[in-house]
Design a protein around this ligand. Sequence first.
Ligand code: BGC
Length: 325
Amino acid sequence: MADNMGCTTSSTTAVESPNVMTRNAEAADIVNEIKTHLRNLPHVHARTSPYQNQNGAPERIKLEDSQLCWKNSLEGYNPTDYHASVLLREPKFPWADVLDPKGIVFNALDQSCRHDRSSHEGVYLVNEANRPMNPRGRCGLSGRGLLGRYGPNHAADPVVTKWKRGTDGKKELNQDGDPILEFVAIQRKDTGDWAIPGGMVDPGENVSVTLKREFGEETMASMELSPEDQEILDKKLTEVFKEGIEIYSGYVDDIRNTDNAWMETVCVNFHDEEGTSFQKFKLAAGDDAGGVAWLPFTKDIQLYSTHAIFIETIYKMRLCLHGKN
Ligand code: BGC
């Protein structure tokens, strides 16, 4: 298990999710497995060069898996300190920290800006310059990159699913004879990848609110609706988002991560077993999305960040909870 220094040890203790345990122990095991798996995986996207795969962006120092851990000194390690220009412009954005983190209290809720600086991973290290240290270890680049906050930058990922059904209402089966799971996906404008319609948690916002808000904004273009229609949509979404199963909460191996700033997320699945709840929703891509669609999960699906791992876990869990047919 990771120890928030970017080092892995042999322990495989899983975090239990009581919510799921009551439903089905096997399904709970599937969910617990992903937490253990992602905690033990050395980050890879967070080491890709150039930064964010963009021409002209800074290069990261190339690192082997064995060189990530903060506990092991790495002679000559002197990464470029990079803060995207958007973070340095005046006036400061409410979602970004000032350049010098001196005076910021980490590992706690920051009352001054309502940003939660605590991590789903537990207590993380802060160095002598009061810079938080990435819990998965070195990234070959210091500073915040494109991320607004030093330390954890929190996102929430709502995964809305249903079984694919034919016109007769029966579940369609894949080549293995298993039902096909569909989920609402967006095409991200920044990278062009298909992704879960997630987004950043606003300061002081409860994650359950972010999940519903991001889904509404990105897949229903809720910001463009009249106030009356917004209210109707909000009621419908509240109904659907009443009951979800948490799949993951923790560090995300994201291409924007640096030594001092990283993404974390809470991923929750909202499933419509009968396939009727979402009929009334018309998908419409919001501002941050180039496209929106119900996508079928396939084993070789390519998605942004670690999203394919989340969807695969949900597929296995749903098969387990609802049987093959
Ligand atoms: C995205 C989330 C994603 C997170 C970490 C956020 O920008 O909206 O969907 O999980 O980054 O990669």
